[in-house]
Write a protein that binds this ligand. Sequence first.
Ligand SMILES: Cc1cc2nc3c(=O)[nH]c(=O)nc-3n(C[C@H](O)[C@H](O)[C@H](O)COP(=O)(O)OP(=O)(O)OC[C@H]3O[C@@H](n4cnc5c(N)ncnc54)[C@H](O)[C@@H]3O)c2cc1C
Length: 98
Amino acid sequence: MEAHLKALENSKFACFWLDQEARPEPLRPLSGDQRCELLIVGGGFTGMWAALQAKESNPELDLILIEAIEIGDGGSGRSGPASAWRGPTATTAEGASG
Ligand SMILES: Cc1cc2nc3c(=O)[nH]c(=O)nc-3n(C[C@H](O)[C@H](O)[C@H](O)COP(=O)(O)OP(=O)(O)OC[C@H]3O[C@@H](n4cnc5c(N)ncnc54)[C@H](O)[C@@H]3O)c2cc1C
């Protein structure tokens, strides 16, 4: 194994700012039929700001925001290398270090 990969073998692959104890636990996946007044798809900057602004303008609004992976998973929560590389199973280590 290359020395630089060996140095990382006990590392946890995570974004520091997403891997915080204060981060709320994910809600259980939606199931069955759901109804709402406003459905927002995607928990990046666009979806979260849309949700925030909609709630600010109408706190009673029945709003659901759905996210396929986890909030901040896309470009909004990841740096370039973290966006491009999701760990050794997603691509080769050579690709990640190139
Ligand atoms: C490498 C990189 C560097 C960048 N650097 C900068 C910078 O320096 N300055 C700057 O201003 N901008 C930068 N950007 C751009 C900025 O990050 C994006 O424009 C912004 O984060 C896009 O936000 P978004 O909410 O539209 O998309 P995303 O952050 O991609 O969020 C979309 C979310 O929707 C979810 N989703 C997608 N499809 C579905 C579905 N069908 N159902 C449920 N959920 C779904 C995804 O999982 C994801 O979490 C950069 C982007 C990248 C990739």
